[in-house]
Design a protein around this ligand. Structure first.
Ligand code: EPU
Length: 321
């Protein structure tokens, strides 16, 4: 383990032991898409770092999902649910057990007047555009968040002031016991870049969002305005994981990191963005260790200069090399 505390906001079934060969074969029989063994996680994270997952399993419907979770429980194998890997740092030693990805029926949208029911694996930018085309507003705060709907809910994605959680009516989760459960709004808690969803379930199967009627053109204009702002102020065209730290109360992490003179500072191929100081970019061959060492340097520097302790916003998972 590195000196950094493990940040595990991702839904996870705890690891107890490694998978053997016969278990791997039996797992492959449960799903239609062939699992990928020893799959490099750097191919599944937007920062392009991370060692291999023991196995990456893609499930296409609830039936496959339940079978895989049941299997993992019976065999004491860890499960980690992956979204788009856009808010994720996977350590260089990779991930033990099963990394689970939702596809097929678990990515569908169903619109009904002002409501939309969406699969947890749906790609958030698609949802934004589909809603806007139907004249449904309320998700513009998530413009440019390149994640899944499930991932966005867990970390209550959005801007610094508005969040997707404000629009949630109810969520269907697969519990840690492997059962489907509908969680109503009054049981859900959303805060700044956090929620209680990982306590309520292992997998977000679907969510019902409550939207507001508006002119499609006006919604698209708001989306474009926010996109332009991101393009001007964030390194969106480079491998990165979004903001590394949460904004502390009454201040901005980016401002503090910038005022600490950190823009452009490098460890290996990991560099503090010269555009926005709360982003780390991968210049090509960064290791997760470079990224984490750089993030810790950033955190230490802000603590020394301003006596403010920054909290991680990205999720850090996996084993050291
Ligand atoms: N600033 C600097 N230097 C920098 C970066 C920012 O001085 O290098 C200053 C800006 O000039 C501005 C202030 O800090 O006055 C705030 O910057 P910005 O508008 O970029 O917002 P932010 O608080 O840094 C938040 C979210 C972003 C989201 C943007 C836009 C957090 C941690 N970040 O950034 O979310 O895209 O607002 O809505 O809440 C993410 O969650 O990964 C993320 C990128």
């Amino acid at each position: 383990m590195s000196g950094v505390e493990t940040v595990l906001h991702l839904a996870q079934l705890e690891a107890k032991k490694d998978m053997n060969e016969s278990e791997s074969k039996n797992l492959a029989k449960l799903v239609t898409e062939p699992p990928k063994f020893k799959e490099p996680m750097k191919h599944h994270t937007t920062l392009r770092v991370g060692g291999p997952a023991d196995v990456l399993v893609t499930v296409h419907n609830v039936d496959e999902l339940q079978k895989v979770v049941q299997f993992a429980k019976e065999h004491d194998i860890q499960i980690l649910v992956l979204g788009e890997g856009s808010n994720l740092i996977v350590r260089d030693g990779g991930i033990k057990g099963i990394v689970l990805r939702l596809s097929g029926e678990l990515t569908k949208f169903k619109f009904d007047t002002l409501e939309v029911e969406v699969g947890g694996g749906a790609y958030l930018p698609h949802l934004l555009v589909k809603a806007a085309q139907r004249g449904l507003s309320g998700l513009e705060c998530c413009t440019g968040v390149p994640g899944t709907v499930g991932g966005a809910l867990i970390s209550n994605a959005g801007s610094a002031e508005e969040f997707i959680g404000n629009r949630v009516s109810r969520v269907t989760v697969l519990t840690h016991e492997g059962e489907l459960r509908v969680v109503e709004r009054d049981e859900l808690r959303f805060g700044y870049r956090q929620s209680n969803l990982k306590d309520l379930g292992l997998v977000i199967v679907s969510v019902v969002l409550n939207l507001t009627r508006d002119d499609p053109k006006a919604i698209m204009e708001r989306i474009h305005r926010r996109w332009r702002y991101r393009w001007e102020t964030q390194p969106v065209n480079l491998p990165c994981a979004g903001c590394i730290f949460k904004n502390p109360p009454n201040d901005r992490a980016g401002r503090l990191l910038d005022a600490s003179g950190l823009k452009g500072v490098r460890i290996g191929d990991a560099q503090v963005s010269t555009v926005h100081a709360n982003f780390i970019i991968n210049l090509g061959n960064a290791k997760a260790k470079d990224v984490i060492d750089l993030a810790e340097l950033m955190r230490r520097t802000v603590k020394e200069k301003f006596n403010i302790s920054l909290e991680y916003e990205v999720q850090i998972v996996g084993e050291d090399e």
